[in-house]
Design a protein around this ligand. Structure first.
Ligand code: FAD
Length: 284
């Protein structure tokens, strides 16, 4: 299947890309790895008249892993992150990459493309929301701003990004040595039916708080305060605590029923996956 006709533009730098998309208006789209946009065009779910290819902007492809923060450029591929040394504080980011599609998709698909596409089970969205990441964007005229990941994902494939804004990088501002991501998909390489991620505050065998994020339970990735309150109350890092946290998460969500899974099946997945994520996180 071939996409509908479009005019191809190649961006020379970030400022030029942002200015050009502002000039061309809402009929223009950035093209990064093409792993979501091109299939959508082939299926006629998207019909941009102009594609601005940002694939040559090498300054947007980097991983900067320090002890206190991890910065990942928007054009960095999933595979680059999967094979990078991110240090123990950010192991969860590297390990989450193996859940994304198949190797050829991970080799072409990019961090910025995933965040902008905002699938409700995208691993990058899940990580960004879980770890309170910040998304740095560039606009026309050299404008820059930072969006908190918690505010970024508004609904089905919808973000706070303006049409003329380009994601430059995502910044994970604190290490998460006891975090884990896990999920269930029908087949290896499929998008998750449900995904779960936790980031636990653990010390001396006890949990003193933490964060819980879920994908596949609504139009966008969400944090689950009800489950986080169970972690906040604290206790020994053991199965009973994780089950209480998972029960709270399962009761808090109202997952959709669709061709992949019914509401109650998804709720059961939430419970099992939150327990598994807690156990993996604490075992680090
Ligand atoms: C078979 C298959 C299975 C997949 N499985 C998974 C999976 O399990 N998990 C998962 O997360 N993803 C999955 N994907 C999607 C994959 O991760 C894509 O790489 C990703 O969603 C989009 O990245 P991209 O670089 O290909 O973006 P593109 O397809 O080039 O662009 C996607 C959208 O983002 C916009 N965009 C791209 N870059 C930027 C930027 N820097 N700033 C602003 N807007 C931008 C584009 O204009 C477009 O609207 C799968 C894809 C396929 C085909």
């Amino acid at each position: 299947m071939k996409p509908p006709p479009f005019t191809y533009h190649r961006a020379r730098d970030v400022a030029g890309a942002a200015d050009l998309v502002a000039e061309l208006g809402e009929d223009a789209k950035f093209l990064a790895g093409g792993q979501s946009l091109i299939p959508m065009m082939n299926f006629r779910l998207a019909r941009p008249e102009h594609l601005i290819d940002i694939g040559g902007l090498r300054e947007l492809s980097f991983v900067d892993a320090g002890p206190e923060a991890l910065r990942v450029g928007s054009l960095t591929t999933h595979r680059t992150v999967e094979t990078a040394d991110l240090g123990t504080g950010f192991d969860v980011v590297r390990e989450a990459m193996r859940w994304i599609g198949h190797l050829p998709i991970r080799t072409r698909g990019t961090v910025g493309g995933s965040l902008a596409h905002a699938d409700a089970t995208a691993e990058w969205c899940l990580l960004a929301v879980l770890l309170d990441a910040e998304i740095v964007v560039a606009g026309a005229g050299g404008r820059r701003r930072t969006i908190a990941a918690g505010d970024a994902f508004l609904g089905f494939y919808t973000t706070l990004l303006a049409d003329d804004e380009l994601i430059v990088e995502v910044v994970f501002g604190r290490p998460a040595p006891h975090a884990a991501v896990t999920e269930f998909a029908e087949r290896k390489g499929d998008f998750a039916v449900v995904s779960a991620a936790v980031d636990l505050d653990v010390g001396s065998g006890a949990v003193a708080g933490g964060r819980v994020a879920l994908g596949g339970v609504g139009p966008a990735v969400v944090r689950v305060p009800e489950a986080e309150r169970v972690l906040q109350a604290g206790g020994r890092a053991c199965r009973d605590l994780f089950e209480a946290c998972a029960d709270a998460a399962a009761q808090a969500v109202d997952p959709p029923a669709d061709g992949d899974a019914g509401t109650e099946y998804r709720r059961a997945l939430v419970r099992n996956l939150v327990i598994r994520a807690c156990e993996e996180a604490v075992a680090r």
